[in-house]
Design a protein around this ligand. Structure first.
Ligand code: SF4
Length: 172
């Protein structure tokens, strides 16, 4: 692991401009290019292949959110929300920690609590939180996202006890 000193918020280049979240570069067969990433241990160059091989969740944060963190007065604490650490190479967080597979009744629809359904409609996020329990999904082309809303609607129709459905990629 790198031991280089951590940069201050003023030293950090724009997170947006250094994001590896380049969809076109993720296309199979395309040559990966090197990118500069602001790991907590300091900036360093990695390749998209290196990130993929280690199951590292995409790195992206909106300019607004990034600025909010820098201006918060708690930069050293809050930066951990969005900035990847090299420790993720050792523990990428790919497990289904809340057992979502077990509660999936049709692809993309979970039915854990009688009254509530959870519909996963996207595997993209505006910011890829480093603590995310859905790292196995976010930023990937996941087969856990609802591919067939008619099938989902059919299940809901057959379960009148379900009176609300949360749509999104979050649990809450
Ligand atoms: S699913 Fe939620 S916790 Fe995970 S990256 Fe997206 S916003 Fe963050």
């Amino acid at each position: 692991m790198s031991t280089s000193p951590r940069p201050s918020s003023q030293e950090l280049p724009s997170t947006q401009s250094t994001s590896p979240n380049d969809v076109s570069a993720n296309t199979p067969g395309k040559k990966s290019h090197s990118i500069l990433m602001n790991f907590l241990e300091g900036s360093r160059v990695v390749t998209l292949d290196e990130l993929r091989e280690n199951d590292i969740t995409r790195y992206q944060v909106t300019k607004f959110y990034n600025q909010q963190i820098k201006d918060s007065g708690y930069y050293e604490q809050l930066k951990y929300i969005v900035e990847p650490s090299t420790q993720e190479f050792e523990s990428p967080g790919s497990l289904d920690t809340s057992g979502e597979h077990n509660n999936t009744v049709v692809p993309g629809l979970q039915h854990k609590y009688a009254q509530t359904g959870l519909l996963l409609v996207t595997d993209r996020c505006a910011s890829y939180c480093r603590y995310c329990f859905r790292k196995r999904i976010v930023g990937n082309d996941s087969d856990e996202i609802a591919p067939d809303y008619a099938q989902v609607a059919g299940y809901i129709r057959q379960h009148p006890e379900m009176n609300n459905v949360l749509a999104g990629i979050r649990l809450s």
